[in-house]
Write a protein that binds this ligand. Structure first.
Ligand code: ZN
Ligand code: ZN
Length: 254
């Protein structure tokens, strides 16, 4: 399983980081996790086969996490040559179906009927969905918005956990136990921490509690300045830690 960071930023724009988007390749699954502003252009820049996407999973309905979904689908419908015929599954929290219907009212019926098979799947905390033979997506509640989820992607003995947006949560730590790679949001420096996001210290503590093998920090607000979040998280977690940059690629080992 491979992970490529397309956007390691947030809603706050910077020249270095676009909004949240992560490409997970676990053949035959090509999964896009979140789809914030900049996703398509970053995917092209990093030579991701974006048009071969099989699944698109949204963690929650903040626009920085799914604001480019319609644009992505528009590109799949009219921006590929030859036209797409492969099916697409869009997965998200409860309320996704209704929101997609609203998007269709705003943008056109093609949102729900893009002329390739489209399946819209709602998933709740504690549920899982088989994406392909032996590749499973799992969901866990996170303390961020009413609907927000973390996702786990399991292929054989390899498991990638992406926190989406979250505050500190013991439930999340228990659920993430044994993950090969923890992709954890790390929005704010310790001194600016709030309940609905993680700081480097909290992300490090989460990785330690989960017994993660490898911690990748992401979702940085620009206020970090010169602070190295990986160095701060290392006080809590003694495994390998990387502060993600757009374009980083990771091999998610067993
Ligand atoms: Zn966010
Ligand atoms: Zn959010």
């Amino acid at each position: 399983m491979d992970l490529t960071v397309l956007g390691s930023g947030t809603v706050a724009p910077t020249s270095e980081r676009t909004a949240p988007a992560y490409w997970v390749s676990a053949p035959p699954v090509q999964l896009l996790l979140d789809c914030g502003a900049g996703t398509l252009h970053r995917a092209v820049t990093y030579q991701i086969p974006w048009a071969e996407v099989t699944h698109l999973a949204i963690t929650h309905f903040h626009p920085d996490h799914w604001g480019e979904l319609v644009m992505f689908m528009f590109a799949l419908r009219w921006g590929t040559e030859p036209s797409r015929s492969a099916p697409l599954t869009v997965i998200g929290p409860r309320g996704l179906q209704a929101r997609m219907a609203h998007l269709a009212s705003a943008y056109g019926d093609w949102v729900l009927d893009p002329e390739f098979p489209l399946e819209i799947v709602e998933i709740g905390p504690g549920e899982q969905r088989e994406l392909a033979d032996a590749v499973v997506l799992e969901a866990c509640k996170t303390p961020h918005t009413e609907e927000s989820l973390a996702y786990g992607i399991r292929a054989g003995s390899t498991r990638l956990v992406y926190t989406g947006d979250t505050g500190p949560s013991e439930e999340l730590a228990r659920w993430a136990v044994g993950c090969s790679l923890l992709l954890a949001e790390c929005s704010l420096p310790d001194e600016l921490g709030i309940e609905l996001h993680l700081t480097p210290t909290q992300a490090g503590a989460l990785a330690r509690a989960a017994g993660a093998r490898h911690l990748v920090l992401t979702h940085f607000y620009p206020v970090f300045g010169d602070i190295d979040p990986a160095a701060v998280a290392a006080r809590e977690f003694d495994g390998e830690i990387v502060a993600a940059r757009d374009g980083d690629r990771f091999s998610v080992g067993a």
